[in-house]
Design a protein around this ligand. Structure first.
Ligand SMILES: C[S@@+](CC[C@H](N)C(=O)[O-])C[C@H]1O[C@@H](n2cnc3c(N)ncnc32)[C@H](O)[C@@H]1O
Length: 296
């Protein structure tokens, strides 16, 4: 099946990640149910297509080996393409994950909303999402741990000719001080950042510390069914809803091609406190009124 076939109502059931470009089917991939299995133990994400690409065949230009790493190409609607270097060794942040592809392509359909907006990406890995936002005119800070900074800078450099906003890489470890990143950005983007239990509390703290009343957090994650993953996902969503309101973006609003039933996009905003303040003020005033009437 060629890329782009089946559009216009007669889309092929086979989604983008099964088309065999830049990736190979892996034994860990349950094709029949459209689910990827975790790499083991459940503490790390399942190997995404990009990792499968590393292990397997490549489409011309899509998964070519480049020195110690290999390059992932992500085509844009305008015909240009992001080139994202990945590393053959290192942690989970060294490769582009499916959720990042889905979110990056989703952003393309929201390009007007991103222009000249302050955007911060958490757990950026190779930077697919943030760099895409910068090519759509946003002023972006892509963040991750210290060990990902080289890869982020390589990818910023590789794609700088496409950037129409701005993009810089910085270290941001979840749970730590975020003063340097304030005032609150217009958008916080995250792809595939919910995957290990110990990170939930620090990640939520960072979201709270970084977001203002108008910040829109867009979180894309892959629903995983093995090991502790369902529990981690449930806990994350539960904890998130203490301070934030979530709205799921329906699948039909995802990119027409880069979508999958097990990859979700959430729009997240801080809960509005105005309603509580209003109730509190009303309650206080009615008490004062009653006291005045009583004394009179
Ligand atoms: C599964 S990777 C996703 C990478 C990228 N967003 C993508 O989807 O291609 C998770 C990322 O979160 C980062 N990460 C994990 N724990 C972190 C922490 N405590 N603080 C900051 N980043 C962290 C990792 O370094 C990694 O880049």
């Amino acid at each position: 099946m060629g890329k782009g076939e089946g559009k216009g109502g007669a889309r092929a059931p086979s989604p983008w990640y099964r088309r065999g470009w830049g990736r190979a089917p892996s034994p860990g991939y349950n094709r029949g149910r459209g689910r990827r299995r975790p790499a083991g133990g459940g503490s790390e994400p399942a190997p995404g297509p990009s990792e499968r690409g590393r292990a397997g065949r490549s489409r011309a230009g899509a998964g070519a080996m480049a020195g110690p790493g290999f390059v992932r190409t992500l085509e844009k609607r305008d015909g240009s393409a992001l080139r994202l270097e990945q590393r053959g060794a290192g942690g989970v942040g060294c490769v582009v994950w499916d959720a990042a592809l889905v979110l990056a392509k989703f952003l393309e359909s929201r390009a007007a909303a991103l222009r000249r907006r302050a955007v911060l990406e958490l757990g950026a890995g190779p930077g697919a999402v943030g760099i895409m936002a910068a090519t759509l005119g946003a002023d972006v800070t892509v963040t991750d741990l210290e060990e990902l900074q080289d890869l982020l800078n390589v990818n910023i450099e590789k794609n700088k000719h496409l950037v129409t906003g701005s993009v810089q890489a910085k270290v941001l470890k979840w749970g730590e001080d975020v003063k340097e990143f304030l005032p609150a950005p217009d958008y916080i983007l995250m792809a595939d950042c919910i995957y290990y239990e110990e990170s939930l509390a620090p990640l939520l703290k960072t979201l709270k510390d970084l977001s203002g009343p108008d910040t829109c957090i867009i979180c894309c994650y892959e629903q995983r069914t093995m090991g502790k993953n369902p529990e981690i996902e449930r806990k994350y969503l539960e904890l998130l809803q203490v301070d934030f309101e979530l709205e799921k973006v329906p699948l039909e609003k995802h990119d027409e091609e880069y979508r999958s039933e097990d990859i979700h996009i959430l729009n997240i905003r801080r809960k509005k406190m105005a309603g509580y303040f209003f109730l509190l003020a009303y309650w206080g005033l009615s008490r004062i009124h009653k006291t005045v009437v009583y004394l009179a």
